[in-house]
Design a protein around this ligand. Structure first.
Ligand code: ZN
Length: 145
């Protein structure tokens, strides 16, 4: 059994809300980048479509399946980075990782701060980071193009 983090009620509701009503779920009609990844420990999968223009994430959509933490984190991530520049998204990704891996206090992360409690569960950190890992892969494709 993978241990389940206990969240404050407010955070728990936010996570379940993103899990049950995921934001930006689906596919884009004309993505400029696509990436996918999985977390075999938990069986989580995330696919990501990105539409980038002038160094900015104009649109983003995710798909996949998995535990509530992986899916809600991906939903929160897409909401947070939509409209951001690639550079801003990179900074947010670093902040989110520092929050989860180092227990650093979160800044500017919006709903994603609800996932701070995951930092005490290293196995679940992989679930929460999956969407961001896939995002970084998608953004790298653009840098190489
Ligand atoms: Zn998971």
């Amino acid at each position: 059994m993978i241990p389940e983090p206990q969240f404050d009620e407010l955070y728990r509701e936010l996570i379940l809300d993103h899990y049950r009503r995921p934001r930006n779920r689906g596919k884009l009609a004309a993505p400029t980048a696509h990436a996918e990844g999985m977390n075999p420990v938990c069986g989580d999968e995330i696919t990501l479509d990105l539409a980038l223009a002038q160094g900015r994430i104009e649109d983003i959509a995710f798909g996949g399946a998995g535990c509530s933490i992986s899916q809600s984190s991906a939903s929160m991530m897409t909401s947070r980075v939509k409209g951001c520049t690639i550079e801003e998204a990179g900074h947010l990704s670093v902040q989110f990782k520092e929050m989860l891996e180092g227990g650093e206090p979160a800044r500017d992360l919006g709903d994603l701060e609800a996932l701070q409690g995951v930092s005490k569960f290293p196995v679940r950190v992989k679930c929460a980071l999956l969407g961001w890992k896939v995002l970084e892969e998608g953004l790298q494709q653009v840098n190489q193009a």
